[in-house]
Design a protein. Sequence first.
Length: 306
Amino acid sequence: MTLAVSLNKARQKHGVGGSGDAMLGLLLVAPILITMATLVFAPMGRTVWDSFHRVNPMQAGTPFIGLENYARMFSDGQLGTAWINTLLYVFLAVMAETVFGVLAAALINQVRVGRQWLLAAVILPWALPGVVNAVIWLWIFQPGAGLLNGILSAFGFPFENHVWFNDRTSAILAVTVVHVWRMMPLTVVIVLAAMQGIPAHLYEAARIDGATRTQMFLRITLPLVRSAIAVSMTNATVNAFNLFDEAWVLAGSSLETRPVLVQIYLETFQNLRFSYGMALSLVITLVSLLVSLVYVLRVYRNTRFD
């Protein structure tokens, strides 16, 4: 309050107000606007422009072809399979990260001694590069000496030489598990921060009224962290649409597990269809933004003041 009063007096003393405040605001946001224009909007505009042309580094010129690249998507069978795989990844990953992330955050929130060390251990998979996580899990999923097959075999299950990536269902689940393992800590951190901001007297009042832990979790914790859950689901959705490292390291270019980003990589750098790859990248960006907009609007409705 003292800082606000001091700033107000300074503005009145120096005659700053109205257009002066607007100019100051523009000056303060100018660096981020310039950065965004240079690193985001200009490249995206160039990508949109090139998607209407045939870009091939092996040929001279970039002839205008209109919507040909976009029309081609409807007849691309491999792209259709990649979209189905991507939507499966998004659905499974977002649901798993949300459910298990919220439960993990609730458990960590109950820890009173050594919470910082536990949280550091939870964040470790997210801090590691995606390729490193995928290589570690590639060893775990190995048919012969893999850790997972060894554990299952020790419990009497016939998994001595089971190949997890021979079957489409188990392969998609395996890639999803690795992705969730890497990205779920972000959900845990976001939701845990919201849980720690809940006033303790709410739980005390509920405990006096005879509420159980389950009832307090369902009627106090979840309603008060739903905005944080929406934010974490937005991050989870965007990250799942951008899934690449895990699918590429674990399953390569297999069509059975190929997400759209792997399809874009193959079309662009293997088939040298640069303009088609640009069109695909724009479409997946638009789809992920539209899906994320649902969560953003949800956050807005939950946090705005009438």
